[in-house]
Design a protein around this ligand. Structure first.
Ligand SMILES: C[S@@+](CC[C@H](N)C(=O)[O-])C[C@H]1O[C@@H](n2cnc3c(N)ncnc32)[C@H](O)[C@@H]1O
Length: 235
């Protein structure tokens, strides 16, 4: 199955309208319950910053950055540059306003489909968070194929994304009670990602579920939020 990319883009453009009405982290992060959001931010930050090297002075490419909730965390912790690539111009607009309000001029938003983004520059960290579940297979493959362009032997690639626990799991225009709208997503298995990254010169160094079993943030039996660290060995 492929998901309708026009619908997906419309969904994300609409999310920009929630800015000011809900927590900044909910706009692209989608958790709208205040208690769950607080729990999520705490647990995710612990896990993600455990996986990341010290970001001080680093150049970071954030693909599918949304309004930049992670980009701003990287900037606050001393990143030299965060290139935030996001295809929704409306979400980028929100991110740029936040960057101005926060005085975070090291966060640069670029409006572009992540799969079409090319640049002749190497990054210390490539961060891909919550992006692949929105994409069809050809888009995910294109990103994996493009990734070496941004990497040298020292680059750390962090993938944080929904994962299918047993077999590929797809939602096609499913009504979400939580979001009160239709939502489409494709959850791929851990093995799918590890194999695809391996084909493009990346080895997984560690990976795990972001939330422990029993955590209320594991909302669906078929899926888990998973984090992977990849190293580029193709140079
Ligand atoms: C779940 S949100 C994650 C946002 C952010 N990375 C985070 O973790 O908070 C997914 C983001 O990917 C963006 N996105 C989806 N498809 C994209 C594409 N083809 N190119 C660039 N961005 C895309 C959406 O607009 C949305 O901002």
């Amino acid at each position: 199955m492929a998901i309708d990319q026009a619908d997906v883009k419309k969904f994300w453009d609409e999310r920009a309208k929630t800015y000011q009405d809900m927590a900044f982290e909910s706009v692209a992060g989608l958790e709208q319950d205040p208690d769950n959001l607080k729990l999520k931010i705490g647990l995710e930050c612990n896990k993600v910053f455990d996986y990341l090297p010290d970001v001080t002075g680093k150049r970071i490419l954030d693909l599918g950055a949304g309004v930049g909730q992670w980009a701003f965390r990287f900037a606050e912790r001393g990143a030299h540059l965060v290139k935030a690539v996001e295809y929704s111009a409306d979400l980028c607009e929100v991110g740029r306003k936040e960057a101005r309000d926060r005085g975070a001029d090291q966060v640069n938003f670029v409006v572009s489909p992540a799969e079409d983004y090319v640049e002749n520059a190497k990054y210390d960290i490539v961060y891909i968070s919550g992006l692949f579940v929105n994409m069809n297979d050809d888009q995910v493959e294109k990103i994996a194929t493009n990734l070496p362009m941004f990497c040298d032997a020292n680059t750390c690639v962090i993938l944080r994304d929904g994962m299918a626990r047993e077999k590929r799991y797809e939602l096609n225009k499913a009504f979400s009670q939580h979001l009160q709208t239709e939502y489409s997503a494709i959850y791929r298995t851990r093995e799918t990602f590890i194999e695809m990254f391996a084909r493009n010169g990346f080895t997984v160094s560690r990976d795990e579920n972001v939330f422990d079993e029993g955590c209320p943030l594991n909302k669906y039996p078929e899926t888990r939020l998973h984090i992977y660290e990849f190293r580029y060995d193709g140079t």
